[in-house]
Design a protein around this ligand. Structure first.
Ligand code: GLY
Length: 377
């Protein structure tokens, strides 16, 4: 039996791929898909999220993006859903610039991407507005990454839960108190009921056993993973807004840098527009703040002035699991019986298909980039 600790998009994807290959699996989470997955915008954008120091992350992201079409098709089929159920879109990302400095940065980024063999198109301000008529008149130019995509993470999580149910995988709605360790290494998990910090009471999800024995435990608990094993993961808070309009305001993801801060807008087919996201190092703080909302709206309005007309439907904060080098931790966890799948920071949704493939032994060279062993003492 594989026990997956954590029912976010990463843990559920790993559980689904393992169960699909015929292995017995159980998932443990007090409230599946309620953490970073619930907050995430769902950009599948390795190209436009890349920075000059992050070539390994770009390689992982590009490999996972290539897996997304098959992942989405198989998931919708396994969940018994129709095409379009995940709101999976492949219309690219437009990164826009306002001033000469921004344009110079975009030009440098374009050169770097081309060196890596990635497709990008340089656009004038007018060409940007022809693609996205709601853009601000002050946009001077942009870079289109036509191969970037996006998806609705909440729909992905629901589909994964449905697919797991159809495969008969139990979802145990409990917290993990600790990993069970013996002479043979990690042998399972010890469970505990929910507690004051937001978990459900046993009555919500119980009854559940006190212990679950496992041949392998997969630690996929996101920002909380460090409480159970030696993994260098820290919470990076992101506040994110959901705006609503009768018609979609944009045809593709739009991003830019305003007041030195990156801001992105992700449109959904039903008229929702996701605006994200702050990056705050405040420990396990998930309060939404007036300042967070103000800054996101202020910056989004610079890109697309019409956002202020939209209904403010939701503000949510999630905790990304950050690592010292921004690369995920996927693979053997340094103890017999323990695998880890965590530390995905800003890329959990994008990297979920690749993460499952790495744990299934389908990726050789890329697996070494995200091996947790790189932080072994
Ligand atoms: N992937 C975007 C973010 O984490 O804000």
């Amino acid at each position: 039996m594989h026990v997956i600790v954590g029912g976010g998009v990463v843990g559920l994807s790993v559980a689904w791929r393992l169960a699909r290959s015929g292995l017995p699996v159980a998932v443990v989470d007090p409230a599946p898909a309620s953490g970073a997955t619930h907050a995430a915008a769902g950009m599948l954008a390795p190209v436009s999220e890349v920075t000059f120091t992050e070539e390994p992350l770009l390689r992982l992201g590009a490999a996972s993006l290539a897996r997304w079409p098959a992942f989405a098709a198989e998931l919708t089929a396994d969940a018994g859903l129709g095409p379009g159920a995940l709101d999976y879109r492949t219309d690219g990302t437009l990164d826009v610039a306002f001033g000469a400095d921004d344009l110079a940065v975009l030009e440098e980024t374009a050169g770097f991407m081309e060196k890596l063999g990635l497709r990008v198109e340089r656009l004038s301000g007018r060409e940007c507005r022809r693609l996205e008529p709601m853009l601000a008149p002050s946009v001077r130019g942009g870079l289109l990454a036509p191969d970037d995509a996006w998806v609705d993470p909440r729909r992905v999580a629901s589909a994964l839960l449905a697919a797991l149910e159809r495969l008969g995988v139990p979802i145990v709605r409990a917290r993990v108190r600790e990993l069970l360790r013996g002479d043979e290494g990690v042998q399972g998990v010890r469970l505990r009921p929910g507690d004051a910090d937001g978990g459900p009471s046993p009555a919500d999800g119980g009854p559940f056993p006190e212990e679950l024995l496992a041949e392998r435990v997969v630690l996929a608990a996101g920002a909380w993973s460090g409480a159970l094993a030696q993994v260098p993961v820290r919470p990076v808070k992101g506040q994110i807004l959901r705006l609503r309009s009768p018609q979609p305001l944009l045809g593709r993801c739009v991003r830019g840098t305003v007041h030195g801060q990156p801001v992105y807008l992700v449109p959904r087919g039903d008229g929702e527009l996701v605006v994200g996201a702050t990056q705050e190092e405040l420990g396990f703080d998930t309060r939404v703040t007036a300042g967070g909302v103000y800054e996101l709206l202020r910056d989004a309005r610079e890109l697309v002035p019409g956002v202020t007309e939209l209904e403010l439907a939701e503000v949510v904060a999630g905790l990304r699991p950050g690592t010292p080098d921004n690369l995920p931790l996927v693979g053997p966890g340094g103890e017999r019986g323990l695998l880890v799948a965590t530390g995905h920071h800003r890329g959990g949704v994008l990297l979920a298909p690749l993460t499952a493939a790495v744990l299934m032994g389908e990726e050789g060279e890329l697996a070494s980039l995200c091996s947790p062993g790189r932080f072994a003492p």
